[in-house]
Design a protein around this ligand. Structure first.
Ligand code: HEC
Ligand code: HEC
Length: 204
């Protein structure tokens, strides 16, 4: 009896270990473009080297493809897009864009930034979940999902760098990054509300 119980336990332990070790999605090999070019700023594993460069790890594949086309076609034309990404995307073929997007989307998500101010996090959570009725700001989770993971062409926001998020929100607000949906969402947000929501999202 005892032997069987031990064997069963050992079997369960092995099964358990395998279940934990198995990645959710299979990460394809790192494309050469990433190791030679993109990794300088976005990191080999999609965790960027500066908070003004977005993390790309676990970002949604369709969103990545669309943004790379937008940079290449010069449709996304905020100042950092022009300065950093136009030249990069110019050289990419459709095939390489698909490969790179597939790679980054399959990586494990960025770790939460635990250094944010708890007051800002609490205020940001409120905006994310409920919006701000008096300023016509909708609840962000309606589109970006309750955990900020987004889906398809709606970007993941969870674990993104605070600085990058705030820059994008101000760019949408001031129409530097042109997007009708996001412009109307944030048109009435104050600078402090932008700081709050960015702190909250980077802490996820
Ligand atoms: C010199 C630094 C640098 C390099 C190298 C670089 N990027 Fe970027 N990337 C940036 C910056 C800065 C932004 C933010 C642009 C903005 O603010 O609009 C960005 C934005 C992006 C975005 C949009 C992400 C989002 O959340 O909207 C994608 C996708 C991207 N880069 C992919 C790539 C790929 C693929 C390569 C390699 C071919 C690459 N980048 C090389 C700096 C860089
Ligand atoms: C009606 C749907 C919708 C709602 C509600 C919404 N968003 Fe978005 N958001 C989008 C879409 C679509 C994009 C992609 C825009 C693009 O392609 O340029 C986006 C992009 C973004 C980005 C850019 C991310 C990146 O990686 O560059 C940020 C930041 C963002 N949203 C924050 C917010 C916040 C904060 C709220 C709540 C105040 C919010 N969104 C509410 C649809 C929405």
């Amino acid at each position: 009896m005892k032997k069987i119980a031990v064997a069963l336990l050992a079997g369960t332990a092995i099964l358990g270990a395998q279940a934990v070790a198995a990645p959710k999605t299979k990460v394809p090999p790192e494309p050469q473009t990433v190791s030679q070019v993109c990794s300088q700023c976005h990191g080999d594993r999609g965790i960027s080297t500066s908070p003004i460069f977005p993390n790309l790890a676990a970002q949604n594949e369709q969103y990545l493809v669309r943004e790379l086309h937008n940079f290449r076609d010069r449709k996304r034309d905020d100042p950092h897009a022009q300065a950093y990404m136009w030249g990069m995307a110019n050289r990419l073929t459709d095939e390489v864009i698909d490969k790179v997007a597939n790679y980054f989307s399959a990586l494990p998500p960025p770790p939460p930034d635990l250094g944010q101010n708890p007051k800002e996090i609490a205020a940001g959570k409120e905006i994310f979940e409920k919006g701000i009725a008096s300023e016509q700001v909708p609840a962000c989770q309606l589109c970006h999902g309750p955990t900020g993971a987004g889906s398809a062409t709606i970007p993941r926001l969870a674990g993104q760098h605070r600085e990058y998020l705030a820059t994008q929100l101000l760019a949408f607000r001031d129409n530097e990054r042109q997007n009708m949906i996001m412009h109307s969402n944030v048109a009435h947000m104050t600078d402090q509300q932008v700081r709050d929501i960015s702190a909250y999202l980077s802490s996820l």
